[in-house]
Design a protein around this ligand. Structure first.
Ligand code: HDD
Length: 713
C-alpha cells in the first residue's frame, strides 16, 4: 500500500487483499481477446475462405449471385458496424490502470476499494459537445470517468475536469444539451460553444454563470490529460465500517501538476493534430510514461451539512479548499492502452449509479437525475440490458442473480430456479446481510419526511458569489484569457440581444472589469454595477482561493514535457547527444525535428535519426524549442520558412526557446531578441540548460504575454 506523504499523521486501519492483483481486469479480458496470428481467414460460421477479393458472379462479367453467403455475411456485418454515439461525451480516449488507497482511506469508507491493496481501473477522458470524430482541443469541459473493478463490484466515479456544473436540476439537462450541441437546423458548430443557442440558454439561466466562467478559462483545453484535475462534482457520501456516513467531494489531483494550452494553440491544433490529447496519452503510455493522480476527498460531517453559505447539494458550487481541505486517500496510475478502441473505449458504460457498499449518493437533484439517465441511455447505445456482460463492463468479482434473457444474452444460466426465494436450487443466489466488510449494499438510513414539491430550495438561489470567487482567484494572465474567451465566443453569436444580455445582465454580477472589457470589445454599454437580484447576486465568500488558479500547481520541473530540437544536415552531433541526455535525465522527451525524414548527416560524419519533419510535429505540439548548433545546419534551417515559423510560433505561444552556439543565428533570422525573457542563447549546452529548465517548469514564459500578442504568427 502506498504511503501518502501529505497525511502521515492521519492514518486509519488498512488491510490488504492479496488475491486481487492490479491486472485482474486484464486477465478477465484475456478470455475475450482474439489474436489472428497464424489463423486462416474464415466466415463467422467457421468456413475457410478461398477468395476474399471477388463476389460470386454469373460469369466473369455477370451479376452477383444471391447465394454468395460469404459476400453477404461480410457486407452485412460491415453495414451494421456502427452503434449510436454517446449523446454527450461522444469523443473519448481511455486507458487501463490501477488504484492504490492510502492507509487513511479505510477510515472514511468500508468500501473494499479503500481496503484492498490495489484495484484495477479503466478511465475514459472525453469532450462533451462534439461528435465522435470532432477535435480534441476544443473549448469544452473534459469528462474524467473512472470504473473501479473492485472486489465488491464496480464503482464508477463519473466526473469532469471542472468541479461544478451548468445547471442545478437534472430536469434542465436535455435543455442544456440541446442548447450546447450543434444547432438543429444545420448541425453547426462542431465541438464549439461559440454559437447562438448556447449563449441564448446561458443568458436566460443565471445558474450557469459559475460553470460558464470555468469553461471560458484555460481549463477548457488541457495541455495533456495528465495535467488536468478531475472532480466528482456532486457531494457524495462515504460510509465507514461503523455505519457512520459523511458527505464528501472527490478530487483527482494530477501528480504532474496542472497546465493548459492557450486558445490560439488549441485552435491551430484542430488542423495540425486533431487527435492531440488522445495521441499524447497513447504514446506516453506506450513509452512507459504513465499518468498519475492522487484521489482526494473533502469530508463534511453530517452535522455540518448546513453550515456553509451555499448548499452542498448544489452542483453549481464548490467547497473552497480553504473551508474544507482536500485529504489525499489514494493514487491512480494509468499504464496500459486498450487493445481495441471499440471493444473497450466505445463500449464502456459508466454510470454514477454504479456504487458499492461504503459509498452512497447525496440528494443533489442533478445527481439524482443522473441515476436514471445513464442506465437508460445504455439501452439504446449498447442495445439492451445485457451491456454489463460486455467484457469491459463486467465486474471482476463473481456475480449471480435472477435477471434473465433479453438481446444478446451471453451468460448460459444453468439451474431451474430463476427466482428468489427458491428451494429448488438450494436457495441460491442468496442475499447477503449488510456488514462492515463484504456485506450486502445498504442505503444510508436517512430520514426523509416531506411534502412532494416540484421546486428548488432557497439555498440554491445564489448564482454569482462563486463566479466572483473564481474570477478573483485568477492571475492577470488568466483573467486576460477569460476576457478574450467571452469576447471571441460572443463575437460568434449572431443575435445582438443575446450578446447584450450576457454583457449587461450576467457579467456585471461576476466582475465589472470583465463586463467592461468585453463590453468595450463589443461596443455594448455596460451598466454601473451588478444587475442581479440580491438573492442571485449572493453574499458568499469571494476572496481569492489559491487552488482555483491553474498557476497554483504548475509542473515545476521538466518531467513529461516535449522538447523540439531543431536540426539539419551539418548539425553538431555532440550537442544533440548532450541535449537529449540531459532532457531525458530530467524526465522530458526530446524530438529531433528536421526539414526532412532522411537521417541527418552531422558535421562529424555521424548519422542522426530525425524524429519528425518541421510540419510533422509543429511547435504547437511541443512545450519548448532548442536550436542545436552546427554552421551548415543553421545555414540550411535559415533557408526554411518552416523553421523560422517554428520559432516565431513558439515565441507567440510563450514557450521557452534556447539556441546553442550557431543556433543563435537562426534566432536572429526569426527576429527573436535574446535579451528577452525566455529567449536563451549560449555557446554550450550547459550555458542554456539551467535557465531553460526553470522556464519550462513554469510551463510558459508568462512575462512575454504582452509582447507576444503583437506577433503576427
Ligand atoms: Fe453526464 C455521459 C459527466 C451531468 C447524462 N457524463 C457522461 C460522461 C461523463 C459525464 C464523464 C461520459 C462517460 C463516458 O466516458 O462514457 N455528467 C457528467 C458530470 C455531470 C453530468 C460530471 C454533472 C455533474 N449527465 C449529467 C446529467 C445527465 C447526464 C445531469 C442527465 C440527467 N451523461 C449523461 C448521459 C451520458 C453522459 C446522457 C452520455 C453517454 C452515457 O451517459 O453513457 O446519460
Amino acid at each position: 500500500m502506498s504511503k501518502n506523504p501529505h497525511t502521515e499523521s492521519n492514518r486509519g486501519p488498512a488491510s490488504a487483499n492479496p488475491e486481487l492483483k492490479r491486472d485482474s481486469k486484464s486477465k478477465d479480458l484475456a478470455r475475450d481477446r482474439m489474436d489472428a496470428t497464424d489463423q486462416d481467414l474464415r466466415t463467422n460460421q467457421g468456413v475457410r475462405i478461398a477468395d476474399n477479393h471477388n463476389q460470386l458472379k454469373a460469369g466473369e462479367r455477370g451479376p452477383t449471385l444471391m447465394e454468395d453467403f460469404i459476400f453477404r455475411e461480410k457486407m452485412n456485418h460491415f453495414d451494421n458496424e456502427r452503434i449510436p454515439e454517446r449523446i454527450v461525451h461522444a469523443r473519448g480516449a481511455a486507458a487501463h490502470g490501477y488504484f492504490e488507497p492510502y492507509e487513511n482511506a479505510a477510515r472514511y469508507s468500508k468500501a473494499a476499494v479503500f481496503r484492498d491493496a490495489v484495484t484495477p481501473v479503466f478511465t475514459r477522458f472525453s469532450t462533451v459537445q462534439g461528435s465522435r470524430g470532432s477535435n480534441d482541443t476544443v473549448r469544452d469541459v473534459r469528462g474524467f470517468a473512472t470504473k473501479f473493478y473492485t472486489s465488491e463490484g464496480n464503482w464508477d466515479l463519473v466526473g469532469n475536469n471542472m468541479p461544478v456544473f451548468f445547471i442545478q436540476d437534472a430536469m434542465k439537462f436535455p435543455d442544456f444539451v440541446h442548447a450546447v450541441k450543434p444547432e438543429p437546423h444545420n448541425e453547426i458548430p462542431q465541438g464549439q460553444s461559440a454559437h447562438d443557442t448556447l449563449w441564448d440558454f446561458v443568458s436566460l439561466m443565471p445558474e450557469t454563470a459559475h460553470m460558464i466562467l470555468w469553461t471560458m478559462s484555460d481549463r477548457a483545453f488541457p495541455r495533456h490529460y495528465r495535467f488536468m484535475e478531475g472532480f466528482g462534482v456532486h457531494t457524495f457520501r462515504l460510509v465507514d465500517a461503523e455505519g457512520k456516513s459523511r458527505f464528501v467531494k472527490f478530487h483527482w489531483k494530477p501528480i504532474a501538476g496542472t497546465c493548459s494550452l492557450i486558445w490560439d494553440e488549441a485552435q491551430l491544433l484542430w488542423g495540425r493534430d486533431p487527435d492531440f490529447n488522445r495521441r499524447e496519452m497513447w504514446k506516453d503510455i506506450q513509452n512507459g510514461d504513465v499518468l498519475e493522480w492522487e484521489l482526494g476527498i473533502q469530508v463534511v460531517e453530517e452535522e455540518d451539512e448546513m453550515s456553509f453559505d451555499y448548499d452542498i447539494l448544489d452542483a453549481t458550487k464548490i467547497i473552497p479548499e480553504e473551508e474544507v481541505p482536500v485529504e489525499m486517500i489514494g493514487k491512480l496510475t494509468l499504464n496500459r492502452n486498450p487493445d481495441n478502441y471499440f471493444a473497450e473505449t466505445e463500449q464502456v458504460a459508466f454510470s454514477p449509479g454504479h456504487i458499492v457498499p461504503g459509498i452512497d449518493f447525496s440528494n443533489d437533484p442533478l445527481l439524482q437525475g443522473r441515476l436514471f439517465s445513464y442506465l437508460d441511455t445504455q439501452m439504446l447505445r449498447l442495445g439492451g440490458p445485457n451491456f454489463h456482460e460486455i467484457p469491459i463492463n463486467r465486474p471482476v468479482c463473481p456475480f449471480a442473480n435472477n435477471q434473465r434473457d433479453s438481446m444478446h444474452r451471453q451468460t448460459i444460466n444453468t439451474g431451474q430456479a430463476s427466482y428468489e426465494p427458491n428451494s429448488i436450487d438450494g436457495g441460491h443466489p442468496s442475499e447477503t446481510a449488510p456488514g462492515p466488510e463484504r456485506g450486502g449494499f445498504e442505503s444510508v438510513n436517512e430520514k426523509v419526511d416531506a411534502h412532494k414539491i416540484r421546486g428548488r430550495s432557497d439555498s440554491f438561489q445564489d448564482h454569482y458569489s462563486q463566479a466572483r470567487l473564481f474570477w478573483n482567484s485568477q492571475t492577470d494572465v488568466e483573467k486576460e484569457h477569460i476576457i478574450e474567451a467571452y469576447t471571441f465566443e460572443l463575437s460568434k453569436v449572431e443575435r445582438p440581444y443575446i450578446r447584450e444580455r450576457i454583457i449587461q445582465w450576467m457579467l456585471p454580477n461576476i466582475s465589472m472589469d470583465l463586463a467592461q472589457a468585453v463590453g468595450e470589445m463589443h461596443g455594448v454599454e455596460v451598466p454601473d454595477g451588478p444587475t442581479a437580484s440580491e438573492e442571485e447576486y449572493g453574499r458568499g465568500r469571494t476572496e481569492k482561493s489559491e487552488p482555483l488558479s491553474l498557476m497554483a500547481r504548475l509542473p515545476g520541473d521538466i518531467k513529461h514535457r516535449k522538447v523540439a530540437i531543431l536540426a539539419a544536415d551539418g548539425v553538431d552531433a555532440g550537442e544533440i547527444t548532450e541535449l537529449k541526455d540531459k532532457l531525458t535525465e530530467g524526465g522530458a522527451m526530446a524530438f529531433v525535428i528536421a526539414p526532412s525524414m532522411a537521417p541527418l548527416k552531422a558535421a562529424n560524419g555521424e548519422t542522426i535519426e530525425s524524429d519528425a519533419m518541421l510540419n510533422g510535429l509543429p511547435s504547437v505540439t511541443m512545450d519548448a524549442v532548442i536550436v542545436a548548433g552546427g554552421e551548415e545546419s543553421i545555414k540550411r534551417l535559415r533557408k526554411s520558412g518552416l523553421s523560422l515559423y517554428y520559432l516565431q510560433e513558439a515565441y507567440k505561444h510563450l514557450k521557452v526557446i534556447a539556441a546553442v552556439s550557431q543556433g543563435s543565428e537562426l534566432m536572429e533570422a526569426a527576429g527573436l531578441d535574446s535579451s528577452e525573457e525566455g529567449v536563451i542563447v549560449g555557446e554550450r549546452v550547459e550555458d542554456v540548460f539551467g535557465e531553460f529548465c526553470e522556464y519550462l517548469g513554469q510551463h510558459r514564459v508568462w512575462a512575454r504575454n504582452d509582447k507576444a500578442n503583437e506577433m503576427p504568427a
